[in-house]
Each structure stands twice: as C-alpha cells, then as structure tokens.
Design a protein around this ligand. Structure first.
Ligand SMILES: [Zn+2]
Length: 451
C-alpha cells in the first residue's frame, strides 16, 4: 500500500490531550494514519516524501452546517433579517433542479476544500416538485470534488396555506417527505467507519414544518440508525413565534418532540438561556455554530463559551452561501474567536478552542469522532497541511495562532482518506474554469426564472 511521509512540520493533533509537535511528522498509509510524532519520520524505501518545513498539519476541518445549493444564490437580500431574507429567497429556490444544485454544490465544495474542509454536512431542504434528483446530484458533486458528505435530507411541509413562510409549491406533504427521506437513507447511507457518504434526517426548522414531521423524522432516524439535524434558536423572531404558537422556548419545544440527544445536532443555537444550555449539555446534543452567517443576518452572538463550559460538542459551520457569500471554513475559526470575544471578552475563546470546534467538535456533532477530527494512529488520513512561511504569517511564533488569528492560510496539501484533493493551494480534482462556468449558468438560470 502506498505510503506518504509528511516531515519537518508543526503538528496540532487536536487529540484528547491536545498533543502538539514543534517539528514533527505524520505518516499516511492507504486511507489511514500509521505514525506521527516529534522529530524526523521513520522512512521506508518507496515512501512518497513531503518536506513540510514552515507548515502546520491539522486534522481536516469538518463543516457541520451548510446549504450547498445556495452557492448559486449569493448576494440577495443584503440587508434583511432571517425571515425577510427567507421570503425573498424561497421563490428563487423554487426554481432549483438537479443540474443547478449539482453545479452549486461542486463549486461550494471546491471552495470549502480550498479552506481546509474534508467533511461537509449539507442540509438540503428545498425539493421543488419538478426539480429532479437533487440528492444524487449532491452526492455526485461530493464524489467528484473529494470531501466526505453528510447529506441531511431536509424537508418542509408547512407552506403559506398552513401559516408557514415558504410558497406551497416548494413544500412536500408530511408523508411524502418522510418516505423520500427513508428512500435516501436506504439508497445512500453508509454506516462504515470510513464512510464517504452518510445521510441524516433534517426537517428545516420548527417554524417551517409541522409537529408531525418533527416527531416522524425523529422516529425514522432512530429506526434506521441515522442522525438528526435542524435549525434551532437562530433568531428572536423564531423564539417569539415558538412562544406564541407552542407556549415554549425553541429548546423546550425540541425536547418535547424528542429532538434532544446524543444523535442530534442543532444548527445555530444563538438565543439560549442558562436552562436551555444545561439541557443541551445534559442530553449530549451537538451544536453547529455559524459565526459569519450569524453576523451577515444580524441574528445574534451565540453563547459558545457557555456551551463549551457545559460540555457541549460544538462544531463550526459555514452555513449556506446566501448568508455567507465567502463560504470558506477556515475563516469560521477566526470569526468564531472574534464573536465569542465580542460577547464574553478576550478570554471567552482561545485559538485552540476554535481549532477544536472546527475539527474534533465537528466530528463529534456528526458521530464520526472515532475516525475523524483528530490526528491519531489508526484515524482516517483526512488532514490539512497549511503553509505558514509566507510573509502573511511568518514571524508569528505560535502556528495555531498564525492559523486562527492570521489571514486565511494557503494549503500545501489537503488529503481526504489519504487522497489528494488540494495541492499547492490548487484544487486537483476539478478544473476551476469549468466549475465557474457551470456556476455562472446555474446562477443566471435561477435569477432569470428560466427552467
Ligand atoms: Zn442554515
């Protein structure tokens, strides 16, 4: 089996002890890590060799919340609240089809890979009736570009006629949504330790679906052994609606529906009181923190320090590109640091905690902590080799500080299961110009309303 030796690098393993090496090595054989440590690497004849002097090796980053189709609808509703933004975008998203979603996903995953991402959780919840097979389009895009995909088969069953926000033509009826989700699980979910594709169950949010869909989804996920994901506690508007309709906070409502637990991770988790944080921690529910999107929509400052103190597995998410036009993942570490400190002062979050959320915390949200999110012997070889020797980073003595406090770092190498996805800061699995051309066509078809 082919071996790759990465040598002379700073290494931040993000293991449970926070082990770091100043001048270390990582050896990859096939799809897994077979050695790592301080000092020069043990070498064998025939090894491929990468001299990574001036670089930092970290686990590949895990994106715990995204909507890849939105890469084709960036720049809309620039000064809107979440609810206003949704009402503007739903009719545009109503024109989605498999070709548009595939083009948006390929470009979006390409951008994520160039920012260190090796696993992406994509929450896809818009299924227009004539939209074709978007699930397969998303899986094909991930297989083409290279990162692992946790496809959250989303759904909405509460259109305008039932008091929801989306137009009726882009919502499904409850039973059809559950049947289509089960079909996606049966067709595509891989429960193996080295899975490239997993499926999760994800009604869009409590305010866009019925109680029956939330409880039916929880029952389906537990019957088939997959995970649950939804948006929760993102805005004050949502909190007010929850109180008005259900007489409960979003977290109380989620718990009543069976939606807290170690197999659930929640998108956002901004408007949480101390009691809600305690319940999320006590039930081992994960939270996907999306700082750039929260800033773009002015949604609020998530209580990340309090969640971490309560033992919650917090991961990072880029969120959909319609509320984060940059769409990169490494920069979410930087943003998370700043937002946490705006809320709680300069000790609220450290650079290493931000890196932990982007890697080990994310893997925990997705149920992959045994194989992803930290560098250990036997772990899958999903790793990023960041160049920190250019003038943008040189002179910052602490490499983790350079990565998180500093400007976005170029990638020397990005591996997913030992396979090269990015080298010399270029995507090696797809042609940039082809991705851009397909994306331009997809975006203009949506904007012009042609089908
Ligand atoms: Zn979202």
């Amino acid at each position: 089996m082919s071996r790759l030796v990465i040598d002379n690098a700073a290494v931040s393993t993000v293991d449970d002890a926070g082990t770091e090496y100043v001048g270390g090595h990582v050896v990859v054989e096939g799809e897994r890590i077979v050695a790592l440590g301080e000092g020069p690497a043990p070498r064998e004849p025939g090894d491929a060799y990468l001299d990574a002097a001036g670089c930092l090796v970290t686990p590949g980053l895990v994106n715990t919340h995204h909507h890849l189709y939105q890469w084709a609808t960036r720049g809309y509703a620039q000064d809107a609240t979440l609810f206003e933004w949704l009402v503007t975008l739903y009719p545009v998203w109503g024109r989605l089809d498999a070709e548009i979603t595939g083009a948006a996903a390929a470009a979006g995953i390409g951008r994520l890979a160039l920012t260190g991402c090796t696993t992406v959780a994509d929450h896809h919840y818009v299924f227009p009736r004539d939209g074709g097979d978007q699930v397969t389009a998303l899986i094909d895009a991930a297989n083409r570009i290279g990162p692992r995909l946790h496809l959250v088969r989303g759904s909405m069953d509460r259109g305008v006629s039932l008091g929801g926000l989306p137009p009726d033509r882009i919502v499904e009826d409850t039973e059809s949504a559950l049947l289509a989700t089960e079909a996606a699980i049966r067709a595509h979910h891989d429960a193996s330790a080295n899975a490239r594709i997993q499926i999760a169950v994800g009604p869009c949010s409590p305010f866009s679906v019925t109680r029956e869909l939330m409880t039916g989804a929880a029952e389906l996920a537990r019957r088939t052994g997959v995970r649950l994901h939804t948006h929760l506690a993102e805005t004050l508007d949502e909190q007010e609606q929850c109180q008005r309709e259900f007489g409960r906070t979003p977290v109380e409502y989620a718990e009543e529906l069976g939606w807290l637990g170690p197999d659930v991770w929640l998108g956002h988790g901004i408007h949480l009181n101390a009691e809600a944080i305690g319940r999320i921690g006590a039930t081992d529910t994960g939270v996907a923190h999306c700082p750039t999107s929260n800033g773009r929509l002015g949604a609020g400052l998530a209580p990340v320090a309090e969640l971490l103190a309560a033992g919650v597995g917090v991961g990072l998410g880029a969120d959909g590109a319609a509320s984060n036009e940059s769409g990169g993942l490494a920069e979410e570490m930087h943003q998370a640091l700043l937002l946490a400190r705006l809320r709680g002062g300069p000790t609220a979050l450290s650079a290493r905690q931000a890196l932990w959320m982007a890697t080990a915390g994310g893997a925990r949200c997705l149920g992959r902590a045994a194989d992803l999110g930290s560098l250990r012997v036997g772990a899958l070889a999903d790793l990023a080799v960041w160049r920190l020797d250019g003038f943008a980073h040189a002179g910052i003595a602490d490499p983790v500080a350079a990565l998180v406090f500093g400007p976005p770092a170029p990638l020397h190498l990005l591996l997913v299961g030992g396979k090269t996805v990015v080298a010399d800061n270029e995507l090696r699995t797809a042609d940039d110009a082809e991705l851009a051309e397909a994306l331009r066509k997809a975006s203009s078809r949506l904007a012009e309303g042609r089908s």
